[in-house]
Design a protein. Structure first.
Lengths: 638, 152, 211
């Protein structure tokens, strides 16, 4: 592939690629994002390859493995173009029928998505309610491109923004455009990107670095993974544009090693971009040089913090730096370094192509543009959603997310990962906005949105986050390391029924000192989940401490499993499956649990047929004495 | 036949003998050997010309590195927030009960290693556990024993 | 000619060299700020956070560590305040259980001054007291002054430890022993009488034998 040496050569190549492809031609897209891979899309792919080869259709029907489409709850996803017919939960056995019906322009009804509200089947991917309410500017292109194909990216207009920036704009003009757009960091801090770029640009020193943060440590957040895996060129393009604006000629892309496909795909993208002259020396013949290196993380949440990440790039431990000087002025090797999140960089080509005015037309007053969220937990439509800032939590969770499964009641939504908080029902109409969520004691963070229902214990959730931070703290400073240790001990005690008076005050005092005196943001914000749960769910703490009761019936030390003798129909399922042989009874004899032997594994609760519902969890109540030898009174009518 | 020091040399060369690439070098060695034997770490110290304290400080700081060989089947139970909310702790407890090892341990017969991880990025399938490269999602407590049987 | 910066510490006007830290400036002006991880011969570390002070500049007030924050023209520093005193009190209460089997001596005076309840978190302390507050003075001294690198940090979080490396330690440490006096809690001196660092080598750590 000969290098592209000018803006006009790039457009010429793009036209050639477009001429070669007929948009009306039949093609099949198979979502190969991580969740679909985990659901078995590999074997679906093999089935397609074998079927197309068997029928000699490889030339006629293009099979494209794309990145994540976002509707992870319904994977493996297959989309037939040009009609955009979307099939969900596809199995290898379905493949021959799919190929046949695609050829005949027919639709397989049973594989279509059924809208649970209307009961109607939905044919086209964009019409599925999950997608309809989103604005997928950044994430949408994942559907159309094979991440390993730079030509796919060029086909949809890729690298046009880079060409425009290099040939039609000066570095200052690019910077101004990004500043005007008011793009705020998508990684957690929400800091204005343009401002950071400017600080780096004007910092003294010839050598400056630009860095992509793909460490994505918040558990439950996988937006960056899906962007990096599914559309690595969009991130690369944004990075080169930023480097041009700032005056940097060297960059780093830091990807956590737990994302091997993302690592591979970005390395592949870099190699291709270099071959095509879109990266490296004399990019597109413009005279601008920029090279980039991939660094893999090695398993530390704290290394997602800017200065810790830069330490890791220097081959050191991921400890945040002591210095009170912005990394934009003194970062990697004490040189000016501009670090931004994957999603932030991916927004840059859009801003250059469509302009800052367009970008500002989306979103709320203080937060412009869209944000990708991972909507997970107790929600019907789990997946990745991209919405304009300013959409409310309720709209996201109910209109897009489809609400809470199994008819359970909403309790809270956790945003901002271990640095964030849990927002209760009364604030569901809060617009998603960097500043609005901070007012509630949480934050937008990287975009993880974990929905919780009545069966989630808030004290246990606080303990979970503290546990997480204990594991992940670098351990350098006393307030964080020892503060987390104490918080963990207190919360564990509360969850296990050993809570005391004065515990809440101790938690609050330690949390205050952690926020004031810790070395970095991990320590300073680690207590947020505890503080917000205390604020909004204080009654649960009271119940645990004073009554030794867990209202959500989660904390094993505070619950007992009990078989209601009036409901038990002695079906023997729980008895046979109890790993500790703690269930007594027999055929026709009501079952009862020997509490001494019970290990609270939960299997009986899970296995008792819903039509009996005889196994219940008790907390803070006396367990009625068992009635051995009682016979079942079979109910009439089943 | 290339020995340990030869391999270390090759990896260090691949990364330009650059001290900044210590973590990348260790990742390659961990991937190749499956763990980081003492001789390998000593070799890295020598080839890069950095203090042994620095090599160990980095190797013990990051979770990717292990100092003992891992079991044949690597089992990872996801404890990310979404899986947590869907009951991952009970799954983990059941896995521990069935295998008889704690997270971070390897069974004495080297058949299994058990780890808990922070997020596997397939929250739609939670609770999730992986056995090697195979994902097992939508786990229920009673499924656990059968799922683990598959590879015993 | 070095520029002199004028700032205010506890209401007192203080002059300092450009590039000096608040801790250095305070010392010159005979204003005492407690430290646990600081050593004049070593680069500032910022681990203990007990030298935290309040700094007001440009209308904004923030808590920073005096050992690392550079002096600036016109900044107002408060080395004592309810907020600062609480920070120091809680830091002492947090490390007290780790020092409960001796080693409290060094910190006792500070605990009295800040009215720290040293037994506050003791009942809930589940680890083994190691007498080490991970201030890193020994590690940094051996690395930056002695240039030997016989002792280093391993692990992270509450699993972070200081260990000796026998390959480096043997032959040198028994005659050097400089880290003994640098250690604020006396832990190192209490662990060994010579060149046998039993129980605290890298091998002990990796084999899980270290508490």
């Amino acid at each position: 592939m000969p290098r592209i040496n000018s803006a006009s050569e790039l457009e010429k190549l793009r036209q050639e690629i477009r001429k070669k492809r007929d948009p009306k031609k039949l093609s099949i897209a198979l979502c190969s994002g991580t969740a679909c891979l985990a659901s078995g899309c590999e074997s679906v792919n093999e089935a397609f390859e074998s079927e197309l080869s068997k029928q000699g259709l490889e030339a006629e029907i293009a099979l494209r493995r794309t990145g994540c489409h976002g509707f992870c709850e319904r994977g493996p996803l297959v989309v037939i173009y040009p009609e955009e017919i979307c099939y969900t939960q596809v199995k290898p056995e379905d493949v021959p029928e799919i190929v046949q019906s695609a050829k005949e322009k027919k639709v397989i009804e049973r594989l279509l998505y059924v809208d649970p509200v209307t009961g109607k089947k939905v044919k086209r991917e964009p019409d599925i309610p999950f997608y309809k309410n989103q604005q997928r500017f950044v994430f949408g292109p994942n559907r159309w491109i094979d991440p390993r194909s730079i030509e796919d990216y060029l086909y949809i207009g890729g690298y046009g923004a880079l060409s425009k920036a290099l040939f039609e704009m000066s570095p200052d003009q690019v910077l101004e455009e990004v500043k005007k757009a008011d793009l705020r960091g998508r990684g957690g801090g929400g800091f204005p990107a343009g401002k950071k770029w400017e600080e780096t640009k004007s910092a003294p020193g010839e050598t400056k670095y630009v860095i992509v943060n793909c460490d994505e440590g918040d558990p439950g957040a996988y937006m960056d993974r899906s962007l990096m895996e599914g559309n690595p060129h969009s991130v690369l393009e944004g990075l080169v544009i930023g480097a041009y604006a700032i005056g940097s000629h060297e960059g780093f892309i830091y990807v956590r090693q737990e994302y091997p496909v993302a690592c591979t795909n970005i390395e592949w993208a870099i190699k291709q971009a270099e071959e095509y002259g879109l990266l490296g020396e004399n990019i597109l013949g413009s005279g601008f040089n920029f090279r980039v290196k991939v660094h893999r993380g090695a398993g530390a949440f704290v290394s997602g913090e800017s200065s810790a990440l830069m330490s890791a790039i220097e081959g050191k431990v991921g400890e945040p730096k002591l210095k009170y000087i912005h990394t934009a002025i003194s970062g990697v090797k004490d040189r000016p370094s501009n670090l931004n999140n994957v999603e932030t960089w991916a927004n840059v080509p859009l801003i250059i192509n469509k302009g800052s005015e367009w970008f500002r037309s989306i979103g709320s007053e203080g937060s412009k543009g869209t944000k990708i969220f991972s909507l997970v937990g107790k929600v019907n439509n789990t997946g990745l959603v991209e919405v304009p800032m300013g959409m409310t939590l309720r709209q996201i969770i109910y209109d897009i997310g489809g609400g809470i499964p199994k008819g359970k009641k909403f309790k809270g939504v956790q945003t901002g990962g271990p640095s964030g908080g849990i927002i209760p029902e009364q604030y569901l109409d809060t617009p998603i906005d960097f500043d609005e969520l901070v007012k509630l004691g949480s934050m937008v963070g990287s975009g993880g949105m974990v929905v919780m229902d009545e069966e989630t214990c808030m004290v246990d959730t606080a303990r979970y986050f503290i546990d997480f931070c204990c594991e992940e703290s670098c351990g350098k400073c006393i307030p964080c390391r020892e503060g987390l240790r104490v918080l963990r001990e207190i919360l564990t005690d509360i969850c296990e029924g050993r809570g005391k008076d004065g515990d809440i005050e101790a938690i609050e005092e330690v949390a205050e000192v952690m926020a004031d005196a810790s070395l970095c943001a991990l320590g300073k914000t680690a207590a947020n989940p505890v503080l917000t749960t205390l604020k909004y769910f204080g009654d649960e703490y009271e119940a645990h401490i004073k009554e030794k009761r867990c209202p959500a019936k989660v904390c094993s030390n505070l619950i007992n499993y009990y078989i209601d003798p009036d409901k038990c129909e002695a079906c023997m399922i729980c008895l046979r499956n109890c790993p500790s042989e703690a269930i007594q009874g027999g055929k026709g004899l009501v079952h009862w649990i020997d509490q001494e032997k019970c290990t609270k594994c939960g299997i009986c609760y899970q296995l008792c047929p819903p039509r009996f519902g005889a196994v219940v969890k008790l907390s803070g109540e006396t367990i009625p004495a068992p009635t051995p030898g009682k016979t079942v009174v079979r109910k009439k009518g089943g | 036949m290339i020995g340990v020091s030869g391999i270390v040399n090759r990896v260090v060369d691949k990364h330009g003998r650059d001290k900044d690439m210590l973590i990348q070098i260790l990742l390659d060695l961990q991937s190749g050997f499956g763990w980081l034997p003492r001789e390998v770490l000593a070799g890295v110290r020598k080839e890069l010309g950095i203090p042994l304290t620095r090599v160990y400080q980095v190797a013990t700081f990051y979770k990717a590195f292990s100092f003992a060989p891992r079991g044949r089947h690597r089992i990872r139970v996801c404890m990310g927030t979404a899986c947590q909310v869907r009951g991952a702790p009970l799954i983990r407890d059941r896995v521990q009960q069935v295998l008889g090892v704690e997270p971070g341990e390897t069974s004495p017969d080297m058949k299994f290693s058990l780890e808990t991880v922070n997020c596997l990025g397939c929250c739609a399938m939670g609770p999730v556990m992986t056995i090697g490269d195979e994902y097992h999602g939508h786990l229920t407590i009673s499924d656990v024993e059968k799922t683990l049987d598959k590879c015993k | 000619m070095e520029t002199a910066i004028t700032l205010e510490i506890d209401g007192k006007e203080v002059k300092a060299k450009e590039g000096a830290t608040i801790l250095e400036a305070a010392k010159e002006a005979n204003i005492e700020i407690p430290t646990l991880c600081h050593h004049d011969k070593l680069a500032p570390y910022g681990a203990c956070r007990i030298c935290s002070v309040e700094v007001e500049s440009g209308g904004r007030s923030q808590v920073v560590v005096a050992c690392g924050y550079p002096v600036g023209k016109g900044i107002k520093v408060k080395t004592r305040s309810p907020r600062i005193d609480k920070i120091r009190k809680v830091i002492l209460e947090l490390i007290a259980p780790m020092l409960s089997d001796g080693g409290m001596g060094a910190v006792k005076r500070l605990a009295e001054e800040y009215k720290a309840d040293v037994s506050r978190f003791m009942p809930r302390f589940r680890a083994t007291p190691t007498r080490c507050i991970l201030c890193g003075q020994c590690v940094r001294y051996c690395s930056e002054v002695v240039l030997l690198n016989a002792i280093g940090f391993v692990g992270r979080g509450t699993g972070r430890r200081v260990v000796f490396f026998p390959e480096r330690a043997s032959g040198y440490c028994s005659t050097c022993q400089e880290c003994f006096s640098v250690c604020p809690t006396g832990k190192i001196g209490s662990e060994t009488t010579g060149d046998v660092f039993s129980g605290f080598s890298i091998d002990d750590y990796l084999s899980g034998k270290m508490p």
